[in-house]
Ligand binder design. Structure first.
Ligand code: MG
Length: 260
């Protein structure tokens, strides 16, 4: 059987030789494309090997939304009560970095954790959409690390604990499709060892419900990103560590952590 994902574009932005391009990942190569995520993409017939380029965040999000406590396994490990509705918070744009970029950890923040997550990229304005309409607003999917200063989070000041510069690695590419298979697997590795693994069907609130929920109080816009929560297995990351977040069909987001 043909892989139905084979023809889907994996949109990225990258720099090489001090120039910045939009691209499409094809195996170990990146093709330069004309156009952006929200227009038609045309191939420029010029490619680079992935190991020669530097990934940038695939888009600069208009807003970064996050969902807290969206996997039962993570809810149990954190001792949270079952949420009655999606718990929504935001991260500033200054937290966004791309694949390969260092996450800078200030010395005074105490424990810092990785949180591997699936990111949804919104492609069309959504206000008061039903769950039935919600998926038509999705442009694509990417990997996201909701880096969290866990000690600071205890004061319930989530936007500070999660909003530090560089605490939102995103990428390396956006798989352009409105629907992922339910058995799509998310895997987080800390220095090469698997620390988180689950399928996206384990979410407490599915993507269609999250989009509908947010759209009832704030307009979702093209370029908004929604990080959909992390499964169990969150843990501490220290300067010198590398965290990889791999999602089937999308790719691997890899970031070193350094002290700041
Ligand atoms: Mg999270």
């Amino acid at each position: 059987m043909m892989d139905s994902k084979a023809n889907l574009k994996k949109f990225c932005r990258f720099s090489v030789d001090n120039r910045t391009y939009n691209g499409s990942i094809r195996g170990n190569m990146v093709d330069i494309v004309e156009g952006d995520l929200f227009s038609d993409l045309s191939d420029m017939r010029m490619s680079f090997p992935v190991d020669r380029i530097k990934f940038l965040p695939p888009i600069i999000p208009t807003k970064v939304w996050c969902v807290g406590v969206n996997y039962a396994s993570h809810m149990r490990e954190m001792g949270h009560e079952p949420p009655r509705e999606p718990l929504i918070f935001m991260k500033p744009r200054t937290s966004v970095v791309g694949g390969g970029d260092p996450v800078r950890v200030p010395e005074w923040v105490g424990r810092v954790d990785y949180e591997g997550e699936l990111a949804v990229v919104i492609g069309k304005k959504a206000r008061n959409v039903t769950e039935f309409e919600a998926m038509s607003c999705v442009k694509g999917y990417s990997c996201y690390n909701d880096v969290t200063a866990r000690d600071l989070q205890k004061d319930n000041h989530w936007i500070r604990a999660k909003g530090f510069d560089t605490f939102g690695p995103f990428g390396p590419a956006i798989l352009v499709t409105d629907k992922l298979p339910d058995d799509t697997k998310l895997t987080t590795r800390l220095n090469g060892s698997v620390v988180q693994q689950d399928t996206i069907s384990s979410m407490i609130f599915p993507i269609r419900q999250i989009i509908s929920y947010i759209s009832r109080f704030a307009t979702l816009e093209p370029g908004d990103v929604i990080a959909t929560g992390t499964p169990s297995g969150v843990g501490r990351v220290k300067p010198g560590d590398v965290v990889d977040i791999e999602i089937d069909g999308i790719g691997t987001l890899s970031n070193p952590f350094i002290s700041d």
